[in-house]
Design a protein around this ligand. Structure first.
Ligand SMILES: *[C@@H]1O[C@H](CO)[C@@H](O)[C@H](O)[C@H]1NC(C)=O
Ligand SMILES: *[C@@H]1O[C@H](CO)[C@@H](O)[C@H](O)[C@H]1NC(C)=O
Ligand SMILES: *[C@@H]1O[C@H](CO)[C@@H](O)[C@H](O)[C@H]1NC(C)=O
Length: 354
């Protein structure tokens, strides 16, 4: 099968339509492979590689990595099983890379290279400990690359501004010159901002923050969290903090997680920056000073020196939850009443549950 030919026909239909288009392409590549039965390798890294039973993708040239050569991020334990797991993901990341290359080639061949804004990102962090399903940085940090066809825009530069996926919709509306109705006219309001000004220059003062929310992953994985991150600090509210942090099916059966379980059970060294117990049980409020503690291991929420920072970030998070009509606004200490006699002045009524 050729991935390329599928793209050619999609892009050619845009040529005939001759109208502005938004094409959203989602790759499965860096994901873990299925939920419980990774028959093509833990990251589907064998899918299409030509080995018996794996099929053959004609325009993919597999790249393999040696487990002992991979660079481990700080949140993955340094053990043979985890290294093998990371090496497998590198193979699918390189397949993703080649796939993106094919799309860019076809975009150019269809004549769209000089009028198309290209945005590359992902929906969550990587499926390793503290990554996907977490609001620690490995779970929140996503790639963001923007390529503008306009020569006067910045190219091959890095921005140090805080950006988030909530900025994508405002950016696209801005690019297509479409205005969004005022907040009195329509809900939801957009809390992100257009990223197009960043293509012109870096903002002089950036006091910006990005916000994140997570409520469910799989149906049994209820663990609501809300977070605000500035350049310097991260505040996470673990709303149902008395529950153990849930683990999803595909991550559970991964070599990395099985290795952590096996080592914990047999009391072997984990070579990890946490323990399973500290991973499962979290404080209600986690505040990290990322300048001193980029790995988010030293929760300073109860430290007197950070009292004002904590208060300021709690206020910002609360304002964002109000602006986005977050149903979890009052949890876990209260219940939000917003209808009937509370319609004009919604209130958090206390549960006396602590
Ligand atoms: C796009 O711009 C480049 C550089 O100016 C030019 O060489 C190329 O022919 C243009 N492509 C199209 C399809 O107009
Ligand atoms: C948006 O407006 C700008 C400035 O008027 C114009 O150059 C651009 O072509 C417009 N973009 C679209 C997609 O209509
Ligand atoms: C964990 O232990 C089980 C049971 O002994 C074993 O089958 C499995 O291969 C081990 N996995 C890892 C990644 O160490």
């Amino acid at each position: 099968m050729k991935v390329k030919s599928a793209w050619q026909s999609i892009l050619m239909s845009f040529v005939f339509l001759c109208s502005p288009f938004l094409l959203y392409v989602a790759f499965h590549d860096p994901h873990r492979c299925g939920h419980t039965n990774p028959e093509y390798g833990n990251f589907c890294e064998k899918f299409g590689n030509g080995e018996p039973g794996m099929g053959f993708i004609e325009d993919w040239h597999p790249i393999y990595y040696k487990p002992e050569q991979v660079q481990l991020p700080y949140f993955v334990q340094d053990t043979p099983a985890a290294r093998q797991d990371v090496a497998a993901q590198y193979t699918t990341i390189s397949r993703l890379d080649q796939g993106v290359g094919l799309i860019l080639q076809e975009l150019k061949a269809a004549g769209f290279e000089n009028n198309t804004l290209i945005i590359y990102s992902s929906d969550n962090g990587i499926p390793f400990p503290s990554g996907r399903t977490n609001l620690y940085d490995p779970g929140m940090a996503e790639p963001l690359l923007i390529s503008s066809p306009q020569p006067e825009h910045r190219h091959n530069e890095v921005t140090y501004s805080m950006t988030s996926l909530l900025d994508i919709v405002p950016t696209l509306l801005d690019w297509f010159n479409i205005s969004y109705p005022h907040e009195n006219e329509v809900k939801p309001i957009l809390t992100g901002k257009s990223l197009l000004p960043l293509l012109v220059k870096e903002p002089a003062h950036d006091t910006g923050a990005v916000f994140a929310s997570h409520s469910h992953h799989e149906i049994t994985m209820y663990y609501p969290m809300r977070a605000v991150r500035t350049k310097r600090y991260k505040l996470i509210h673990n709303i149902n903090y008395k529950m153990p942090f849930p683990i999803d099916q595909d991550f559970y059966i991964s070599p990395s997680f099985q290795d952590l379980l096996n080592r914990t059970r047999s009391k072997k060294p984990l070579n990890w920056y946490k323990t399973l117990k500290s991973y499962y049980y979290r404080d209600e409020w986690e505040l990290y000073d990322l300048k001193k503690d980029a790995e988010e291991v030293n929760n300073v929420a109860s430290k007197p020196a950070y009292k004002n920072i904590l208060l300021e970030l709690k206020t910002r998070l609360d304002e964002w939850q109000k602006a986005t009509a977050d149903p979890w606004l009052c949890a876990p200490g209260g219940v939000l009443e917003a209808a009937g006699s509370f319609k004009k002045h919604p209130q958090c009524l206390p549960l006396d549950n602590f």
